[in-house]
Design a protein around this ligand. Structure first.
Ligand code: ZN
Length: 269
C-alpha cells in the first residue's frame, strides 16, 4: 500500500480581528479604577470582576475606546458591589504546619504533627481532648517543614478521598438509576487533586473527581457527584440536563451557590 504524503499549504490567517490583542492596563483615576483591557473576538463588551477584586474588560474591535471607558464608568456601583462581595468572602488557603487547619466534610480539624512510628497512620479525632481543644488530625510526619507537612496532608487527603468518593459515587449512582429510570452507569472513577474543576465526565463515562471534595460539607460533595452522574445522560448543561439534576437534587441551584461561596472562602491547594 502506498502512502502519499502531500504537503498542503496552510491557509493564511485571516487579517480580521480574529486574534486577541495583548492586554494593557487602563485607568479611570477620577473614580480610582484601573483595569486590564483587551480587544477580543467577543461580540459585545464584557466586564469581569475577578475574585481578587481586579477588573478585566474585553471589547470587540468595532467599539471605540471612549465607549469602553463610558461603559466601565456606568458600571461603577456594580463593580464596587462585586468587589465588596468578594472581599467579604475572601478566605485564606490552608497552612501546612502544626496548629494549621484542614477540613473534612465541612468541619475544621487542627493539624497535629507527630513523629512517624511503625504502623502509625493519620487519625481524625473528633472529640475534645483533656477538656479543651476541638477536633484534630493527628498526622505522622517525618519533619515539621511546610513541604513535609503539605506532602503528608495531601497523601492523607488523596487516600481518604479515594475511599469516601468511591462509596458516595456508588450510592448516588444507584439513586440516579432509580430516580431517572435508566441504566446509565459510570465506566470508572479517578480521584486526584484538582485546582480548578471539581469533577469531569468523559463521553465514555469515565468520571474524575477532585480529592479536595472531601473537604466540602456532604451536601456539596453530593452535588458535584450528582452533576457528573447527570453528564452520563447529557454531556451538556442543557435544560434536559438541568431537569435530570433537579430530579436527583431538588435544591441543586442552592447547592451550586454554596459551592461558589465555599470556593471563595477556602482557596484550593
Ligand atoms: Zn457540567
Amino acid at each position: 500500500m502506498f502512502l502519499l504524503f502531500t504537503k498542503k499549504r496552510r491557509p493564511a490567517p485571516k487579517r480580521s480581528a480574529r486574534k486577541a490583542s495583548p492586554p494593557e492596563t487602563l485607568s479611570l483615576p477620577e473614580h480610582g479604577l484601573s483595569f486590564t483591557f483587551q480587544r477580543d473576538r467577543c461580540r459585545t463588551l464584557r466586564l469581569t470582576v475577578k475574585p481578587d477584586g481586579s477588573l478585566l474588560v474585553k471589547a470587540p474591535a468595532a467599539v471605540p475606546l471612549d465607549a469602553v471607558l463610558d461603559f466601565v464608568r456606568s458600571r461603577r456601583a456594580w463593580i464596587r458591589a462585586k468587589q465588596d462581595f468578594f472581599l467579604s468572602h475572601r478566605g485564606e488557603g490552608p497552612q501546612f504546619h502544626d496548629g494549621g487547619t484542614v477540613f473534612f466534610l465541612g468541619r475544621a480539624f487542627t493539624l497535629r504533627t507527630v513523629p512517624p512510628r511503625r504502623g502509625a497512620k493519620p487519625r481524625l479525632m473528633g472529640g475534645r481532648e483533656d477538656g479543651h481543644g476541638g477536633p484534630f488530625l493527628e498526622l505522622p510526619c517525618k519533619d515539621g517543614t511546610p513541604e513535609a507537612v503539605e506532602a503528608a496532608v495531601k497523601a492523607w487527603r488523596l487516600a481518604l478521598a479515594k475511599q469516601v468518593l468511591a462509596r458516595r459515587l456508588a450510592r448516588l449512582d444507584e439513586l440516579a438509576r432509580l430516580r431517572l429510570d435508566d441504566g446509565a452507569r459510570p465506566a470508572g472513577l479517578t480521584v486526584r487533586s484538582l485546582k480548578r474543576r471539581w469533577g469531569s465526565c468523559t463521553v465514555r463515562g469515565q468520571i474524575t473527581l477532585a480529592a479536595q471534595l472531601i473537604e466540602l460539607p456532604l451536601p456539596l460533595m453530593d452535588y458535584v457527584i450528582c452533576h457528573e452522574l447527570c453528564h452520563l445522560r447529557r454531556m451538556d448543561h442543557s435544560p434536559a440536563f438541568r431537569t435530570a439534576l433537579r430530579r436527583l437534587l431538588p435544591d441543586a441551584r442552592e447547592r451550586e451557590r454554596r459551592i461558589r461561596l465555599w470556593s471563595l472562602e477556602h482557596p484550593r491547594v
